[in-house]
Write a protein that binds this ligand. Structure first.
Ligand code: P6P
Length: 370
């Protein structure tokens, strides 16, 4: 009988980070160690999320600590776990968390060279309903000579070193992207306690008839937004097929589906929230980096780039990469149609409208905002 071919060459996140490090001669290993601390925080948050239902619903022993403190809400636990992981890594100088009004500094780590922004448990209001929630993170390098201040984070997404998110669903799914690199997806194997590379080099489809937005805000939308979504629901062309609507209300879940299947996710700024609802540092910018890096270069170049002089596609590709032109695949814009990755926040909790998704779908949004 044929022995089932078992893949014994498993790429864990730990191995992936080590291999990535070898690609950078100047690497000190600090970024790798910071990511190991991040990885641990995802594993421990996943553990508590899986148990939260039991603790809350059954009052399992130990659901309140010995001093009789109330059971901490899960997003407080997630935040505490994340802060402890960043502090103990010794590589993070400053941390911005959705749960903390002020930035947190770790002056004890003199040679820490990184600043991290995170939403420890984004979408936590959905937890009781069993909806997938997630941790969103963004990693900046400190400016030369800086010992870590919040200004090290108030930069455009184009300066991010890495970003990504972990979605706590049936299994924990981690998506991470690094500056100039691709997007890689890992799935937590609870038996091994390791994130395993299951979605190497993720590419967002160039188009897909799926839109993801909270239509309950339609009353407050600006005219171009109303006209855009109506064009998807009531196609102008005879016999045109309307788009499908998919809205979970948890950004990581809506983002992950959009990354895998294509389509568009939007949280537009509107009359009720003129600056938008989602936060730039730890929701919009990291997601924008994932979506832009989820680009599918080659099928874009030969197909739709005007190529009057029949320039070799590989040469065009190099030109585009060098000029940091966001190629096909994902795009992410704010409500003023600016490239999300170029938006510079003034404050660490600044909000923005966002449209992100397949290249062609975002092109349609632009048309209605001309
Ligand atoms: P609404 C969750 O509260 C969150 O921050 C994101 O995860 C999600 O995309 C959005 O807000 C949902 O907001 O207004 O549709 O409930």
């Amino acid at each position: 009988p044929s022995v089932e071919k078992i893949n014994t060459d498993i790429v864990t996140l730990t191995r992936f980070l080590t291999e990535e490090q070898t690609k950078h001669k100047e690497a000190t290993g600090d970024f790798t160690l910071l990511c190991h601390a991040l990885q641990f925080s995802f594993k421990s948050i996943a553990y508590y999320i899986r148990r939260a239902t039991l603790i809350n619903l059954t009052g399992l022993a130990g659901s309140s600590n010995t001093t009789g403190d109330d059971q901490k809400k899960l997003d407080v636990i997630g935040n505490d776990l994340f802060i402890a992981a960043m502090r103990s890594s010794g590589k993070c100088a400053v941390l911005v968390s959705e749960e903390e009004e002020e930035a947190i500094y770790f002056p004890e780590h003199k040679n820490a060279r990184y600043a991290v922004a995170c939403d420890p448990i984004d979408g936590s209001s959905n937890l009781d309903a069993g909806v997938s929630v997630g941790t969103i993170f963004a990693i900046h390098k400190l400016a030369e000579g800086s010992e870590g201040k919040k200004e090290d984070l108030l930069k455009p997404g184009t300066e991010l070193i890495a970003a990504g998110f972990t979605m706590y669903g049936a299994s924990a799914q981690l998506v991470i992207t690094m500056k100039g690199g691709g997007v890689n997806g890992f799935t937590m194997d609870n038996a091994l306690g390791e994130f395993i590379l299951t979605h190497p080099d993720m590419r967002i489809p160039k188009s897909r008839s799926i839109y993801s937005v909270n239509e309950g805000n339609s009353l407050y939308w600006e005219e171009p937004v109303k006209e855009y979504f109506n064009s998807l629901k009531f196609p102008a062309e005879e016999g045109g097929k309307p788009y499908s609507a998919r809205y979970i209300g948890s950004m990581v879940a809506d983002a992950y589906r959009t990354l895998l299947y294509g389509g568009i996710f939007a949280y537009p700024a509107d009359k009720k929230s003129p600056k938008g609802k989602l936060r730039i540092l730890y929701e919009c910018a990291p997601m924008a980096m994932v979506f832009e890096n989820g680009q599918s270069f080659l099928h874009f170049i030969p197909v739709s780039l005007p190529n009057p002089y029949d320039i070799p596609a590989a040469f065009l590709l190099q030109v585009c990469i060098k000029s940091n032109v966001p190629l096909a695949g994902g795009q992410a814009l704010n409500s003023k149609m600016d490239r999300m990755m170029e938006v510079v926040p003034d404050g660490i909790h600044d909000r923005s409208g966002i449209f992100m998704g397949s290249y062609d779908e975002i092109e349609k949004v632009k048309k209605f905002h001309k």
